[in-house]
Design a protein around this ligand. Structure first.
Ligand SMILES: C[S@@+](CC[C@H](N)C(=O)[O-])C[C@H]1O[C@@H](n2cnc3c(N)ncnc32)[C@H](O)[C@@H]1O
Length: 490
């Protein structure tokens, strides 16, 4: 019963705008997060049908249940896997099962449909998570894409080669392809379940949405580099970074939430990650001038967001969510503080910023404000062939959505320190806002942006910080940076 009580509590909180569904589920401390998340998502997806069922059968009156609890119970009883609880609630619900089933059948007849999914509003039907391909990232710390493909072929899957168009990602039951944009991503039909598969259990593949693989792929820190994952748990992007770094270098991963961090430790262990240093710490309180971060050149920042791009949340009418300005404003202000903080690391070359939000307030607007406040950084134009761009004028950034990229909703921006930029700690805030000026970089990427492309652009001052760490030299270096910054300000 605990599952249903918790799910009802979360749905009620989400309705009162007390948090994003995903965050509420993770914060619930429930033992089986996956089971809870699935139940909450499905119930929310079918909420209008469930309410109709409950109202027309007068279930609340007959059972004295509250609406949200009734919704999760009715969902599992007539649409899901059957009730997983016992005791008096189960027997109460079982008494009403026939009436509920009959009412559901009546609604379907009225709407001339045969499947439960057909009752969903068109928008939800189109974007339902069930219709998205199943993406799997091959963990190159443990295997190669070729070996994973061979194993899967021997296991009864049918390899269709490398996808070349988005349509190739619409796959039949046992078919799979290699993704057209991300070389380490394999794509399967929507219902493919890998949770019990050897490759997943042994950490050879990670179940990760395609869009969520973009940040680490685009940041592309070379082996041996020092990297920060600022808001890291539960760690899918951390393990991706470690794979790109071939476990060589240092990967500092922070998260405020101890429980999520514990989950992350297990995930990283399974993925064979060894170069990480986890800290249960507020990233905003991490000192950029601390000696241990003096060589940090790459930062991945994937901070808390509204989660509005998560497909199962799309049933929440976006009109409603947009009204929730206070929450979005506070999230955007937190995101901007994290971004500005990230750019203060003295040796930073590149920072990738991502959210699973569809709102420009958490995406383009945050990046735009950050660029205004940090004129030493500019946007890197990303993957020219990616089908969905950031909103004008930030078209260097990428967006993702169910309709255009066949993934969850996502946003990613890559910021790089450009020539002549000194240490940002030394710079006064300059109010310039000309994103167009950043949109004509000479770099166009059909491939992942190479770290070396940035390295060549570093100012001598920035370069010197990479090797020079003695206190005396540090002072000289600061003076030198200040001079460079002042000169650039002219
Ligand atoms: C969107 S999730 C990160 C997902 C993660 N990057 C991944 O790919 O698995 C955001 C995370 O930020 C953490 N967080 C929120 N505020 C933070 C802060 N001030 N410092 C560090 N972590 C924070 C949350 O606990 C949450 O785990």
């Amino acid at each position: 019963m605990a599952l249903y009580v918790k799910a009802a509590e979360i749905l009620e909180k989400a309705e009162r705008k007390q948090g994003a569904l995903k965050t509420l589920v993770y914060d619930s401390k429930f033992a089986n997060i996956k089971q809870l998340f699935a139940l909450v998502c499905e119930t929310q997806k079918f909420s209008s049908v469930l309410r109709e069922l409950i109202e027309s059968t007068k279930l609340l009156k007959h059972t004295k249940l509250k609406m949200h609890l009734a919704m999760v119970l009715v969902y599992d009883l007539v649409m899901g896997q059957g009730l997983k609880c016992g005791g008096s609630w189960k027997s109460t619900m079982m008494k009403h099962r026939s009436r509920l089933q009959a009412e559901l059948a009546r609604i379907k007849i009225k709407q001339k449909v045969s499947r439960n999914e057909d009752l969903l509003p068109a928008e939800v039907q189109r974007s339902a998570v069930d219709h998205l391909p199943r993406y799997v990232r091959v963990n190159t710390l443990k295997t190669t894409v070729e070996d994973a493909v061979d194993y899967l072929k021997r296991d009864g899957f049918s390899y269709q080669g490398q996808a070349s168009r988005l349509e190739d990602l619409t796959l039949k039951e046992k078919d799979f392809v290699r993704d057209l944009h991300l070389p380490e991503v394999l794509v399967f039909s929507p219902k493919t379940d890998f949770h019990d598969h050897f490759l997943y259990k042994a950490g050879h593949v990670i179940l990760q949405d395609k869009a969520s693989c973009l940040p680490a792929y685009l940041l592309n820190p070379p082996p041996g580099s020092h990297v920060i994952d600022a808001c890291a748990a539960p760690g899918n992007k951390t393990s991706h970074l470690a794979a790109i770094m071939k476990n060589k270098g240092k990967l500092f991963a922070f998260d405020l939430d101890a429980k999520r961090l514990a989950t992350m430790s297990t995930l990283l262990l399974r993925a064979g990650v060894t170069c990480q240093q986890l800290a249960n710490q507020d990233f905003l309180k991490v000192d950029p001038d601390s000696l241990q971060y003096k060589d940090v050149e790459y930062i991945l920042l994937d901070p808390s967001c509204s989660g509005s791009g998560m497909v199962c949340l799309l049933d929440n009418s976006s009109a409603d969510q947009e009204k929730d300005q206070a929450r979005l404003t506070s999230l955007a202000s937190f995101q901007l503080r994290c971004l500005n903080h990230g750019l203060r690391f003295p040796c930073l070359k590149r920072l990738v910023y991502s959210t699973c939000s569809i709102y420009s307030q958490e995406n383009e607007e945050v990046v735009k404000a950050c660029l205004q406040q940090n004129p030493g950084f500019r946007l890197v134009p990303l993957l020219a062939k990616w089908p969905e761009r950031g909103l004008e004028p930030l078209t260097q950034c990428l967006r993702a959505s169910t309709s255009k990229t066949r993934s969850h909703g996502f946003f990613v921006a890559l910021l790089e320190k450009h020539s002549g930029a000194g240490n940002m700690n030394q710079r006064p805030p300059v109010q310039i806002s000309d994103p167009e000026a950043t949109s004509h970089s000479s770099l166009t990427f059909e491939k992942r942006p190479e770290a070396s492309e940035t390295e060549n652009k570093q100012t001598p001052a920035a370069d010197s910080t990479q090797t020079d760490s003695t206190p005396g030299k540090k002072k000289r270096r600061k003076r030198k940076r200040k001079k460079a910054a002042t000169a650039e300000g002219l």
